[in-house]
Design a binder for this molecule. Sequence first.
Ligand code: HEC
Length: 219
Amino acid sequence: MKLILLFSFTVLSASALDYKRDVMPIFKEKCYDCHSDNAKKVKGGLRFDDEENFYKRFAKNDVVIPGDWDASFLFVTIVRPEHEKGAMPPKNKGERLTEKEVRTVAQWIHEGAKIDGEKGKKGSDELDPEKILKFKDGRIVTEQFGPAPKALEPEWGEWTNAKGITITARFRGLSKGKVSLELKKTGKKVAYPLEQLSKESQEKAKKLGGSSEIKMMEK
Ligand code: HEC
């Protein structure tokens, strides 16, 4: 038994993820149009085809924080809902990463974002994406934000609060009793307590927010 455990440990550590071998091919397929030498103009000054250049960019905008995958902007951009600004690749401009590819990127960052032999600090074991990164219906589910909204209102809609004041906004999610709305006027996102909305707006939010939250609230 001991031997088997030892053996599997060796295998695991031998397969620690490396940028060039494991991550670069993913980006090559899905990001090079805009983030490599292939691009007419390298978008955001960020290149994935040149490890040295990429490594130098780690700190800028916290693009990669070795050991801290969910705080790394790179990770945020690839899991951001497709329709949102800043989602990568931008909507209709390329193929999104598969769940497996997202996991590889997260795991690589977690392990210290090894690039060309250089390696940063590894994240703590509790935050190993293998343990806590979960997907539902192709979207990540985080403790902070709860399940991602299933359906999105295609258009701007009218939302009314309990006092009868109506605003134009777009539904962005429902979590822990708060409705996230994007205000048309300012483009800002606000988290609004569900019970402070009118009955109809509450119903609308629940319908758009997916089933899990409704079940919780109906109890
Ligand atoms: C069609 C072009 C296009 C494709 C394809 C694309 N991006 Fe981008 N990317 C952009 C643009 C435009 C920006 C924004 C630049 C800015 O605002 O300065 C950007 C910015 C970024 C940033 C932020 C850089 C920073 O320092 O703020 C990251 C991270 C990123 N992209 C990752 C990716 C990844 C990963 C992929 C592939 C899965 C990808 N992009 C595919 C166009 C693209």
